[in-house]
Design a protein around this ligand. Structure first.
Ligand SMILES: [Zn+2]
Length: 296
């Protein structure tokens, strides 16, 4: 199955479900940054939730940025997403190696840290971008985002995110968000809680080649789902360019740029999202310096 996002309604429209498979996306990120298994799991979970959130953005110019600043050894993780969704990001310590946790699983919580913050910045063309900040609950990411949705968006949700990694790379990755509408009954919510428990891990279900429809049925306990939209346009891709890097150089300030020109006579810049290298000659740097002067 190709990476995709599917939306459904359950319990006669009283429960909204978004299911996603991100296996190829997370594998691409793993290869780009040469991520360790625990970094793949942590960053893959973040990419998966970001893809589901970005899937709701409508305009080509909309942009979502999520930063997780935990106190753990993995350091900061950043993901930015544009409509369709197209995602990119980076991890401060991509080669982090940690022992497995008590359950024999990759210890994402310890890698991210049990304390810290999630920052969500949504730029949807309004005068000011929306900024949401929420403390980390467990560092396991799904739990942290359930808390974020409750606190920042007043939405009660069940969030699951999972990445299965073996020696060759990402075996499966994906997740789901279940959101009860205001008219959902306590009985229905209890049924869903039991269904989620019975269904087990999302990465396992994907690894067993279950379709997103089958997964949505399992995690809601409802066999009569109404399918809504499907999106197969998920990509992990950097959109950097020499112009973009030049803007970055221009923003460091005239003085510093002058120092680089005088001392180095050239500059080599590496994109932190994709590791592509950009070379700037002395002449190019001087031009950037001139633009900088005009701007100020
Ligand atoms: Zn790049």
């Amino acid at each position: 199955m190709k990476d995709q996002i599917k939306k459904f309604l359950a319990y006669q429209g009283k429960i909204a479900v978004t299911c996603i498979q991100t296996t190829e996306l997370v594998e691409e990120a793993r290869k780009t940054h040469d991520l360790s298994p625990v970094a793949t799991a942590a960053f893959g979970r973040l990419l998966t939730i970001a893809a589901m959130m970005a899937n709701d953005m409508k305009s080509e110019t909309d942009k979502l940025t999520i930063q997780i600043k935990g106190t753990g050894p993995l350091g900061m993780m950043v993901v930015t997403a544009k409509a369709r969704p197209t995602l990119k990001g980076y991890v401060a310590n991509p080669q982090l190696d940690l022992p497995l946790n008590d359950m024999g699983k990759l210890d994402v919580g310890a890698a991210v840290g049990r304390e810290g913050y999630i920052n969500v910045i949504k730029d949807i063309g309004l005068k000011d971008p929306y900024i949401g900040i929420c403390p980390i609950v467990s560092g396991e990411i799904a739990e942290d985002f359930a808390e974020y949705f409750a606190k920042s968006e007043q939405k009660n949700t069940a969030v699951a995110l999972g990445v299965l990694v073996d020696a060759k790379g990402v075996k499966s990755a994906g997740g789901y968000i279940i959101t009860p509408m205001p008219d959902a009954t306590n009985d229905e919510i209890t049924q869903i809680e039991q269904a989620i428990f019975k269904a087990g891990a999302i990465s396992k279900m994907l690894d067993q080649n279950l379709s997103l429809l089958e997964i949505a049925k399992k995690v809601t306990g409802d066999d009569n789902l109404t399918p809504l939209d499907t999106n197969t346009n998920l990509t992990y891709q950097c959109d950097c360019s020499k112009e973009y890097m030049a803007q970055g150089l221009a923003s460091i300030g005239k003085q510093e740029l002058q120092t680089i020109i005088e001392e180095d006579g050239e500059a080599e810049l590496t994109c932190q999202f994709c590791h592509k290298q950009y070379h700037f000659t002395k002449q190019e740097l001087s031009q950037i310096g001139c633009l900088n002067k005009v701007d100020k």
